[in-house]
Design a protein around this ligand. Structure first.
Ligand code: AMP
Length: 581
């Protein structure tokens, strides 16, 4: 089906004048240096993300403005002004320095629910010069272990409910010196941990923020690739220039906005746009502790009068499934602008936004490695439903052939970006060769395939690798295969992404069993549970197909390409390197 362009009103007809008034003019005039001068640097070389996000507002009229309004699943509400966040994050920085002895560059990881303490803790760690590593609270022990071991994290901030999942891995983490337990109202039940509440109670409210260099490491987010364990993409303090500029021009944040980002703080969207982007712009953001629920989400928008909403395609598709009538039961008049990221946003969803909310969803594209939005739809630009939009003003993407030469418009190829923007990752933690391998011919190769049209709009085609994108979570097939073969009944496993209407892809595993095991339903469930417990529910195969043997290359590598083609009923392609038998 052909979707018509959604034409935007001329500038003067917008109720809120867009920050990006004219794409072409801003694109031509844009310079990262100029935009970075809007921020409060210590000097030309030194900047600290937490200072920009919070303390820089203290000398302004935003000092007592609400920065964070948090609502729990039970409906309890807590509100924090910029001054509150400054004070509390100072305390946390003191806790880290005085009670754990962390030094600049030490890794402090967070395995915590979506509670105010994760925001306070992250800001405090950055103030103290530590490197933050947020972990998705739905992770299982294996996923947490891989990340804590690889990063050699010194401190873990967690909760009584979550520590239960990972007690078995702790003895195997010699670098992890301290656990800080955020008890909230739960009883402390883990001896040897530092109780957050008590430590915060004795900590001073004043702290001199570490004057980090713009290239000092600040943030680590682990991301999955085709092979090997997840890798830590490392971002620097100077990245905040990118968070700030993109939140201003793409999310179009204005001082009077109430902004809601639905991403979990464990993922890059949850930090770049659930903390640093909005707060560096001095914006009030609301946070809901719980996960997806169509009713609850609409109620949340109504209750807090959300004006700008940043969410994800799987959630939008689930809202569509919940029905067109449901939004009408709530007063959603406050909404003025909606954005989406993380997976391809189908054109139906863009148009559905227009029909049901009176405005389209604005898709944008970026990834853990890019640290900030690279390609986007803007309030002032016409939307071509199904397109990711046009490059952010300071960004030059291109479509390259397999020899890494740029292709003309209309041709499908590798999506690449010219390096050099502030929020770009600086390395994969202790995997410099892998990092370098992502650069070819003066381009950063994103791992996605896309097309560009004559008007400069980019269209996502697929991943170039085997990585599975399920509900916006990247899952490395290798990680899942490694866990599968640890199951006592499994001999070999191959994992692919199977297309799905809601989650875009779900994990499907092809499994061959060891002698003496029968392919029963019980065994299938047992294997699913096994992966879910160790990695996460997103990584657990939704479907398992038992087969006698897996297609392999002569060197023994499982050919996922063949499994995928088989699943989709496509021609098997070149199978000349398959096993002979
Ligand atoms: P992550 O690094 O986990 O944030 O995932 C980034 C990947 O998600 C990208 O490389 C794409 O494959 C996919 N992705 C993110 N945003 C979009 C989008 N707007 N359209 C299509 N795919 C997207």
């Amino acid at each position: 089906m052909e979707y018509q362009k959604i034409t935007k009103q001329p500038l003067e007809q917008h109720a809120t004048k867009p920050n990006l008034e004219d794409y072409q003019t801003i694109r031509e005039a844009f310079s990262w240096d100029a935009v970075s001068r809007e921020l409060d640097w210590f000097d030309s070389e030194h900047i600290n993300i937490a200072h920009i996000a919070v303390d820089a507002h203290l000398q302004t009229e935003r000092r007592d403005k609400k920065a964070l309004v948090w609502e729990s699943t039970k409906g309890e509400v807590e509100e924090y002004s910029f001054a509150d966040l400054a004070r509390l994050s100072n305390k946390f920085a003191n806790v880290l320095v005085n009670e754990t002895g962390i030094q600049k560059g030490d890794r402090v990881f967070f395995f915590l629910e979506r509670v105010p303490e994760i925001f306070i803790g992250i800001l405090g760690t950055l103030k103290a010069g530590g490197v933050i590593g947020p972990l998705f609270s739905a992770f299982g022990p294996e996923a947490v272990n891989d990340r804590l071991a690889d990063s050699r994290a010194r401190v873990l901030v967690t909760s009584p409910a979550l520590i239960k999942k990972i007690t078995d891995i702790l003895p195997g983490l010699p670098n992890l010196e301290k656990i800080i337990m955020v008890n909230r109202k739960q009883a402390p039940d883990f001896s040897g941990a530092l109780a957050y509440e008590e430590a915060m109670g004795r900590a001073s409210e004043s702290f001199e923020i570490v004057k980090t260099g713009k290239e000092d490491y600040a943030i680590m987010h682990y991301t999955s690739g085709t092979t090997g364990k997840p890798k830590g993409a490392v971002h620097v303090h100077g990245a905040v220039v990118g968070h700030y500029a993109t939140a201003k021009y793409v999310l179009d944040l204005h001082p009077e906005d109430t902004y809601w980002c639905t991403a979990d703080p464990g993922w890059v969207t949850g930090t770049s746009y659930g903390m640093f982007g909005p707060w560096s712009n001095g914006i009030t953001q609301v946070v809901y502790e719980g996960g997806f629920s169509a009713r609850r989400w609409y109620k949340f928008i109504e209750q807090w009068k959300v004006t700008v909403w940043y969410t994800a395609p799987t959630a939008i598709r689930m809202l569509m499934k919940a029905g067109d009538d449901l939004p009408g039961q709530f007063n959603l008049d406050s909404l003025r602008y909606m954005c989406s990221v993380g997976e391809p946003l189908n054109p139906e969803a863009v148009v559905w936004g227009q029909q049901v909310f009176g405005m389209p969803f604005h898709d944008n594209w970026w990834q853990t490695e890019t640290g900030a939005i690279m390609i986007a739809n803007y309030p002032i630009q016409d939307i071509k439903p199904g397109s990711m939009g046009r490059p952010f003003p300071g960004i030059t993407p291109g479509i390259l052939d397999d020899a890494f030469n740029e292709l003309p418009p209309g041709r499908e190829g590798n999506l690449a970006v010219r390096p050099g923007w502030p929020s770009m990752f600086r390395t994969y933690w202790e995997k410099e060769d892998l990092y370098q391998s992502r650069f070819k011919n003066g381009w950063y190769i994103t791992g996605d395939r896309a097309k560009k049209d004559e008007e400069g709009y980019f269209w996502f085609v697929s991943r170039a690798d085997d990585v599975i994108n399920t509900a916006g979570h990247l899952v490395g097939p290798f990680e899942v295969e490694s866990v599968l073969i640890e199951h006592p009944a499994v001999a070999e496993a191959g994992v692919i992404g199977k297309p799905d209407k809601i989650a875009m892809e779900v994990v499907k595993a092809f499994v061959s069993l060891k002698e003496g095991h029968e392919p029963t339903n019980e065994l299938q469930h047992d294997i699913q549970k096994f992966v879910m417990k160790r990695l996460s529910s997103a990584a657990a195969p939704r479907e398992i197909e038992f087969i006698d043997s897996l297609p392999k290359t002569r060197s023994g590598k499982i050919m996922r390409r063949v499994l995928k083609a088989k699943e989709l009923g496509l021609p098997l392609g070149d199978t000349s390197t398959l096993e002979d038998d």
